[in-house]
Each structure stands twice: as C-alpha cells, then as structure tokens.
Write a protein that binds this ligand. Structure first.
Ligand code: UD1
Length: 329
C-alpha cells in the first residue's frame, strides 16, 4: 500500500515534532516546515535519521511558500500546527495573532485547494470555549472565546468548515486541552504549568502556584496528541468535524504539586500568589466525540506520564540536549 504523504507546519515545535515522529513510526512520508522562530531543530533529531522525512526552514505566511511545498511534495494531507501559541502575546499583538493564527490557515486551505490536497487537520484549542460553566465541555456548546487567541482559533475553524462546504475538502479541527510532555519550552512565564514546574524543580528553585492550587485542568500527554493528529490525517473520518482532544479527567494543581514534591524531597517550598487575572478555575473536556468519530482515546496514564516526564527533565537530560544543540549550531 502507498505510504500517506503528510505536510506538517510547525514541525520543529513541541506538538509538531512529536507528530512528525508519530507519522514516521506509522510509515508515512513526511515533509516538515518551520521557520524556527520558536521551534528547535533538536526536536527533530530522531526524524532527521529517517529517509522518509524532509525538513524545510521557511515562513509559511510567505506569498508562495505553501503552494511551492504542495507543488513539490504533493501531500495527501496537511497538519497545520504552526501558530502563535501564547495567549498573552496574542492579546498584546492582535495583528501578529491574526497573521499567524488566522491568515496562515487561509493560506493552508488555499494551497490545499489549488493542489488537490484532500485533508487538513488543524490545531485548535479548548480556548474557543471561553469560560463556560458546563463541564465537561462538549463540542455542542456554542463557543464563546474570551481571548483574541481563542477568537482566532475559532475563526480558523469556521474558515476550514467554509472550505469543506464550498469545495468538498476534508477538514478536522482538534481542540487540544492542556498538553504536557517532553520538548515543551518551559522558559516563558506563559509556558504550560507542568513544564515550568519540571524546570524549576530540577533546578532546585521554588515554583509559584497562582491561587490556592485547587484549580483543575484536563492534562493530556503530547504522545496522545501526536497520535490523535496522525489518526486524523490518515484514517477514514466523516468530515468536516471538530473534536476535543482531552482525557475527560480533571486534575487538581495541588495533586500535581504533590508528585513533584515526592520526586524532589529537598526542593524549596512553593510560593503562593494571587490567581492570574481572567483565569478559569476548572476545565475538562468531553472525549466522547473523538472516540466516536476518530476512534481516538487518550492512552497515556497521567501519573505514569508525569513521572516519566519529570525523570526526563533531570539535569543530565538537559545538559545532553544542550550539547546536541551546540553541535547542530
Ligand atoms: C491552557 C493553554 C492555553 C489555552 C487554555 C485553554 C498552555 C500553556 N496554555 O491555559 O493555550 O488557551 O489552556 O483552556 O497550555 N500556574 C501556576 N504556576 C505557574 C504556571 C501556571 O500556578 O507557574 C497555574 C495557572 O494559573 C493555571 C494552571 O496552572 O491555573 C494551568 O496554567 P497553564 O499551564 O498556563 O494553562 P492554562 O492557563 O490552563
């Protein structure tokens, strides 16, 4: 059987690089594109050993970048993960948010349409729900984003649904919840909480808990998210569709803190600070539709996934990663 050909935007990023690895492990041919503004080549160190992988460093919002890539690679599907990931930066720079989180989707859709690419998988977010009280959040809820980031993700979903209706294209929008795992950049104050905690605990520095720690989130492993992306790009799916990618299990921040404390008994006590402004207290998604439509269910056990991640974030791993980065230049 012919190997599916998949173009991945944002391929050198946190989710992108795991998605590339997952696709390659399934026998796909993969072209990854990334401008390396936030993505890192080191994330693709496994992928670059594969003869079925090609990497192109380029800005996908360039006038003909995506069309040229579709012309040369002839993908069966595009997984569009490139975007501005910081909710706060999106709020501060609405023009940049528009260019990276809406206009880029239009360029992907148009390149796909003009080159007969059948399917687009899009990285949407739980942020489209805003601060909705009905938990777990189901896709039938009317989206009311409270941030420009969520608004842009919603606009991209609508745009893709429009392309599906107008041109019969297959579009799958995946609303990711809180993703954790290796390769997430921990160094921004707006990074995922688990990556920040892992970095601070391994450095012996105190973490800060915003609020009383009683808030809950639906944390999903990046390995599960990568699998969902691969399924959405390669399996028969009734489209257009929008699916939550979540576990359905809310986890309290304090229980996560307990795991870090038990693995780092000598670490300093955490600081507690005021809750972040505008923040939601509880979040959890309903995973049923992803199971029905994609046959996807999160499989990584949270406690085991968290412990594995904490072990990997130890100082030895970080040092060797740094050495490899220096070697790549
Ligand atoms: C996450 C996503 C965001 C998405 C939203 C949708 C990340 C990085 N962000 O935001 O893109 O819009 O889900 O629901 O995945 N916290 C601390 N200390 C820290 C950092 C965070 O206590 O040092 C707390 C936060 O205040 C929050 C919780 O941990 O209560 C989770 O924070 P974070 O990982 O930033 O994700 P969300 O805010 O849920």
């Amino acid at each position: 059987m012919k190997s599916p050909r998949i173009l991945v935007t944002g391929a050198a990023g946190f989710v992108g690089s795991h998605t590339v690895d997952q696709l390659l492990s399934r026998g796909c041919r993969v072209m990854g594109v990334d401008d390396l503004s936030t993505g890192r080549l080191i994330n693709l160190r496994n992928a670059t050993n594969s003869p079925r992988f090609r990497f192109v460093r380029a800005d996908i919002t360039g006038p003909s970048t995506l069309k040229d890539l579709c012309e040369s690679f002839r993908p069966d599907a595009i997984i569009h993960l490139a975007g501005l990931v910081s909710v706060v930066r999106a709020q501060e720079e609405p023009g940049l948010n528009y260019r990276l989180n809406v206009h880029s989707t239009q360029l992907v859709a148009e390149a796909a349409r003009s080159h007969g690419v059948k399917r687009i998988v899009f990285a949407s977010s739980a942020a489209v729900y805003g601060d909705h009280p009905d938990l777990p959040l189901a896709e039938s809820i009317f989206p009311q984003p409270i941030s420009l980031y969520g608004t842009a993700k919603r606009a991209s979903e609508e745009l893709l649904q429009g392309y599906a209706t107008a041109y019969g294209m297959e579009t799958v929008c995946l609303r990711y919840f809180n993703i954790f795992g290796p390769r997430q950049d921990p160094r921004s104050p707006y990074s995922g909480v688990i990556s920040i905690f892992a970095e601070k605990y391994s450095a012996g520095e105190p973490v800060t808990v915003f609020g009383d720690g009683g808030q809950t989130r639906d944390f999903i492993s990046v390995f599960d998210v990568a699998r969902a992306n691969a399924i959405a790009a390669t399996r028969p799916v009734a489209t257009p569709t929008i699916c939550n990618i979540c576990t359905g299990q809310p986890r309290r921040l304090l229980s996560i803190l307990d795991v870090f404390r038990s693995t780092h008994p000598e670490a300093p006590e955490p600081n507690f600070a005021e809750p972040r402004a505008g923040e939601i207290r509880h979040s959890a998604g309903n995973p049923e539709r992803a199971l029905e439509r994609l046959g996807f269910r999160a499989e990584v056990d949270f406690a085991a996934g968290l412990r594995a991640f904490i072990e990997e974030t130890g100082p030895a791993t970080r040092d060797s990663a740094h050495a490899e980065l220096v070697a790549i230049g």
